[in-house]
Design a protein around this ligand. Structure first.
Ligand code: FES
Ligand code: FES
Length: 149
């Protein structure tokens, strides 16, 4: 049994404590915007926020998030209004296949919380998500746009 808050809603799930948070979000909670890529904390496709920090949920046992506040891509827009990161993504037409993008956006949203005006070096250090479509240049431009919004 684990209890936590997802996108402002309390959730209680009956799963093995070692079950990765990613699977609980997708299978038990029904939020499939968070993606499975590598399963070993390398690619970032599964990135969500736990108490405001960007975390790779494939490597996070659900027992470790007891009582914590989780935000997924589905919870990033507020009151029907896209976040500034999502808006910049649209303006720069960032996604290609889109598979990596929810994790990318969540990582960027957490970066901008911590560093509202990141340099290219800050971006390189913080955004280590892998995009097989190679959207890295558009990602960088969209981050700088979101930082100015
Ligand atoms: S699926 Fe979690 S980092 Fe790749
Ligand atoms: S947009 Fe296709 S993997 Fe990133």
């Amino acid at each position: 049994m684990a209890r936590f808050v997802v996108n402002g809603k309390s959730v209680q799930v009956d799963v093995e404590p070692s079950t990765p948070l990613l699977w609980v979000l997708r299978e038990q909670v029904g939020l499939t915007g968070t993606k499975y890529g590598c399963g070993v904390a390398q690619c970032g496709a599964c990135t969500v926020h736990i108490d405001g920090q960007a975390i790779r949920s494939c490597a996070m046992p659900v027992s470790a998030v007891e009582g914590k506040r989780i935000t997924t891509i589905e919870g990033l827009a507020q009151g029907g209004k896209l976040s500034k990161v999502q808006q910049a993504w649209l303006t720069h037409d960032v996604p290609q296949c889109g598979y990596c993008q929810s994790g990318m956006i969540m990582a960027v949203a957490a970066l901008l919380q911590q560093k509202p005006k990141p340099t290219d070096a800050d971006i390189d250090a913080a955004i280590t998500n892998i995009c097989r479509c190679g959207t890295f240049q558009q990602v960088r431009e969209a981050i700088h746009m979101a930082a100015k919004a």
